[in-house]
Design a protein around this ligand. Structure first.
Ligand code: ATP
Ligand code: MN
Length: 475
């Protein structure tokens, strides 16, 4: 039976037999193999006999996979508590060092590793990132499960384009040539697979609201797709989103839930992935050293995560945010590229100013002008703003977008008409307001954005196994 390397490294004792399997990270002096099986960051040192077969010795190269039977013994050398003294060694899969694109000797750049994303899991950095990603996903389910939320699978193929008009991917089986047409020349979607026009979902929220009207608290955690042509370090065309939706919650309950949730999953990762996070913290610290003094962040990765765990987020209204920005030295020195005026959306440079320079902590901005937010957000009594809440995080900008929903049928219909959203087609959504409507609220957390935040990485392409971005869908 195979023993995981993590288990051996975590055990206190020695002098027992094991079988270990994994991939060679390095081989030196024809005697010492650093072996990794992905169960943890650390390698186990395998010491092989000086009488090992010449053919086997030749096959022990970086990237080769091997199986070792041997004994765990207290290590003679420095740097490790235990090592495996090999009795026998089998080559499972050879790896030609001349052809293997992953040479770990000189640390390969993140850009290069993106081109070989099918192999990058085998580096320390990506091993750590994706173990942390896993832990966060698990913590998310645990958080909601512990609180009695029902995990709801909302559809990936949707017919509703209420939310993402313009940035949706079409789903069709219609041919490109001889596309069936109506008399007026438009595409005849009655001939399409679903008998209507369909897209990939941009959010599971509208369907989650239907669930919340029965289970009280639900959440979704699934893939979402946006055909936005923004080649930024924070946008993917395919990303994962977590969307809790809670009946009877107002905007304040919603903020409390989002804060508790973010703190919980960060705490869970700190507790269960300390080794990986320490490694990523060290990596980030080295990267920071390359930057000029005034651009370096004041906190290391672990300190930053602990800070977020231990401090309430700042809560301000959009109007206050605009005032702060207009009053800022950065504005007066004309450092902002985009215009700042009441009614315009906050750009990422503004969001980052608020969190990184002004408050130096995560900020929740509420009460946005209704015209820059979605139709379903609840109108505030001023008639100008809606009960929206965005959470802005240092280094990233928006990580959460949420709101209290408009539960009043007349107000919702009126808003939909103003925004040219077809009310007949959305009858199923409006039915929730017709049949036992209740105040309710929810939010969407972009999973990759929180993985970015927790791992200290800066490009969203490095925290999803196979990134999909404009002009890129490799692997
Ligand atoms: P942004 O202004 O950053 O584009 P958004 O306002 O479009 O975000 P929402 O529609 O509120 O975002 O989506 C909820 C959350 O989903 C966001 O807070 C963010 O964390 C995440 N998100 C949105 N778009 C993307 C994307 N293209 N790639 C990765 N995550 C995203
Ligand atoms: Mn967007």
């Amino acid at each position: 039976m195979r023993t995981k390397i993590k288990e051996i490294l975590n055990r206190e004792d020695a002098d027992y037999k094991v079988n270990v399997k994994g991939w060679v990270r390095s081989f030196r002096n024809n005697q010492f193999i650093a072996l990794n099986d992905g169960s943890c960051l650390g390698n186990i040192q395998v010491v092989i006999g000086l009488d090992t077969d010449e053919k086997i010795l030749k096959s022990i190269t970086n990237g080769a996979s091997i199986s070792v039977d041997g004994t765990v013994i207290a290590s003679q050398g420095k740097g490790q508590r235990v090592e495996v003294k090999a009795d026998s060694i089998t080559i499972l899969g050879e790896c030609d060092p001349e052809k293997f694109p992953l040479q770990l000797k000189n640390r390969p750049s993140l850009e290069y590793l993106r081109e070989i994303a099918h192999l990058r899991f085998r580096t320390n950095t990506f091993g750590a990132i994706f173990r942390v990603r896993h832990t966060l996903a698990y913590a998310i389910h645990k958080f909601f499960n512990d609180r009695g939320f029902v995990y709801m699978h909302t559809p990936i193929v949707t017919a509703s384009d209420a939310e993402g008009a313009g940035e949706m991917f079409r789903v069709t089986t219609l041919p490109f040539d001889k596309t069936p047409r109506n008399e007026d020349g438009t595409v005849n979607f009655k001939e399409d697979f679903f008998g209507r026009s369909t897209n990939l979902t941009v959010s599971g929220q509208l369907e989650a609201e239907l669930g919340a009207m029965a289970f009280s608290e639900v959440y979704t955690f699934g893939p979402t797709f946006r055909a936005e042509n923004s080649n930024t370090a924070r946008h993917l065309a395919e990303f994962w989103m977590i969307e809790p939706e809670v009946a009877f919650n107002d905007i304040f309950d919603n903020m409390d839930l989002a804060e508790d949730f973010i703190r919980y999953i960060i705490g869970y990762a700190l507790e269960h992935n300390k080794e990986d996070l320490d490694f990523l913290a060290q990596r980030l610290a080295e990267e920071e050293k390359q930057k000029p003094m005034n651009e370096r962040s004041e906190l290391g990765l672990i300190e930053k995560l602990e800070f977020v765990m231990n401090n309430k987020f700042e809560r301000i209204t959009y109007t206050q945010a605009i005032d702060i920005l207009l009053d800022s030295p950065a504005y007066k020195k004309k450092k902002f590229q985009y215009e700042i005026k009441w009614g315009a959306d906050l750009q990422s440079e503004h969001e980052r100013y608020l969190v990184e320079k002004h408050f130096k902590k995560p900020v929740i901005v509420t009460a946005y002008p209704k015209d820059i937010k979605s139709f379903y957000m609840r109108m505030n009594d001023d008639g100008k703003t809606v009960a929206a809440m965005d959470i802005l995080a240092p280094g990233i900008g928006e990580i959460v977008g949420g709101s209290q929903r408009e539960e009043r049928l007349d107000k919702l219909e009126q808003r939909m008409q103003e925004m040219h959203i077809p009310t007949e087609e959305m009858y199923w959504y409006l039915d929730t307001r017709r049949f036992g409507t209740v105040p309710h609220a929810g939010f969407g957390l972009g999973f990759e954005r929180i993985v970015l935040f927790v791992t200290g990485m800066t490009n969203i392409r490095d925290v999803i196994p196979f990134p999909r971005t404009p002009k890129n869908a490799e692997f």
